[in-house]
Design a protein around this ligand. Structure first.
Ligand code: NAP
Ligand code: COA
Length: 300
């Protein structure tokens, strides 16, 4: 056997919202030197790790969430681990004015924004028949409206004149009509459509717009909420072509590629990072309803 590691080996990660204890560079550490990224939902999970990996490659960041204490603590960890600047701001992506204020604050501090990562989202398992009108709307408001709001504000305030990169974190839920996910699947499908529309309209302004669609990612709120532990216990990862869940660092590496000049001719597309999961994972209503009912009983 060769001493080389296999080409699908997962990089280092930690399950909690903490920085990596060790990191092996795959790309040049100066890949994003001098750049600034604005990340919604950067205080936890996938958004936190994207911020960390960007910062490890020379980028400064602004991380935004509703909970100021959470983003403030996250920013402290990110600064300590990477030595880069990170500003924590509170904003609700559903409220354009709160995002405008955050973007103004970011520009006052850093004088530029090169990269927008639309990562903030809300999700839970729920059959369509049990979903309230407001529950459906809330998820579309956070995911879809939030993505449009932040993209339009950044375009107006900076990207139109200076160019930039937008990365929209979406999902594969709509590809096969995932059960118990009509709200998030619809929201993310709209985001993937938005990616193409904005790529076409804003390409001439040197703005690249792409989606990144993760599959099941360990150590995340998404995984916890969407039955990840039960899926793992039931041996469901064997249904995934690459036979495992992904990790946050892997997703962050995809975002790093899309943000960087390595993707200089990539726009209007979706990078699916799911180990091939959406093609082979089960999508059965009865089994999923059983799981949902037992989770509901536990939470009562
Ligand atoms: P997470 O840790 O819950 O991340 C969501 C973040 O969004 C939180 O930091 C949250 O912070 C913020 N947020 C939520 N509503 C907001 C709002 N209205 N305004 C501003 N910020 C808001 O979840 P995650 O699992 O890492 O998911 C990150 C992204 O990956 C999401 O887009 C998700 O749909 C996508 N994704 C995840 C998986 C997975 O397996 N985890 C799979 C596919 C796609 P506050 O609560 O402080 O606002
Ligand atoms: N199942 C069904 N409906 C639910 C639900 C669940 N698990 N959780 C919330 N809802 C419904 C509420 O009942 C409410 O509907 P109603 O007014 O008809 O009763 C509606 O959704 C909005 O809930 P609310 O708690 O007022 O919304 P919020 O704006 O405070 O929070 C959520 C938004 C619900 C998406 C919340 O879970 C959240 O903030 N999530 C962010 C983190 C996250 O989801 N991470 C995973 C990303 S993959």
């Amino acid at each position: 056997m060769s001493e080389l590691q296999s080409l699908d080996k997962a990089p280092e990660d930690v399950e909690t919202d903490d920085c990596l204890s060790s990191y092996t560079y795959l790309y040049n550490p100066t890949l994003l030197q001098g750049r600034m990224a604005f990340l919604t939902g950067g205080g936890s999970g996938i958004g936190f790790r994207i911020a960390e990996i960007f910062m490890r490659h020379g980028c400064d960041t602004v991380i935004v969430g509703r909970n100021l204490q959470r983003v403030t603590e996250a920013a402290e960890k990110l600064r300590a681990a990477t030595g880069r600047r990170c500003l924590a701001l509170s904003a609700d992506v559903r409220q354009p004015q709160s995002l405008i204020d955050a973007v103004e604050e970011a520009l006052k501090t850093f004088s530029r924004i090169d990269i927008l990562v639309n990562n903030a989202a809300g999700n839970f398992l729920c059959p369509a028949s049990s979903l309230s009108f407001n529950a459906f709307k809330v998820v579309l408001d956070i995911d879809t409206m939030g993505t449009f709001n932040a993209s339009k504000i950044l375009f107006d305030r900076f990207f139109r004149d200076n160019g930039g990169v937008i990365i929209n974190i979406s999902a594969t839920l709509s590809y096969k009509g995932q059960v118990l996910q009509v709200h998030a699947g619809s929201a993310k499908a709209a985001i993937d459509a938005m990616t193409k529309h904005l790529a076409v309209e804003w390409g001439p302004s040197r703005v690249r717009v792409n989606s990144l669609a993760p599959g099941p990612i360990s150590g995340t709120e998404g995984m916890r909420r969407l039955g990840g532990a039960a899926a793992e216990a039931a041996g469901m990862w064997n249904n995934i072509p690459l036979q495992r869940a992904g990790n946050k660092t892997e997703v962050a590496h995809g975002a790093l590629f899309l943000a960087s000049p390595l993707a200089s001719y990539v726009t209007g597309t979706t990078l699916v990072m799911d180990g091939g999961s959406w093609m082979t994972s089960p999508n059965h209503l009865t089994a999923s309803l059983d799981l949902w009912s037992s989770e509901m009983k536990k939470s009562k």
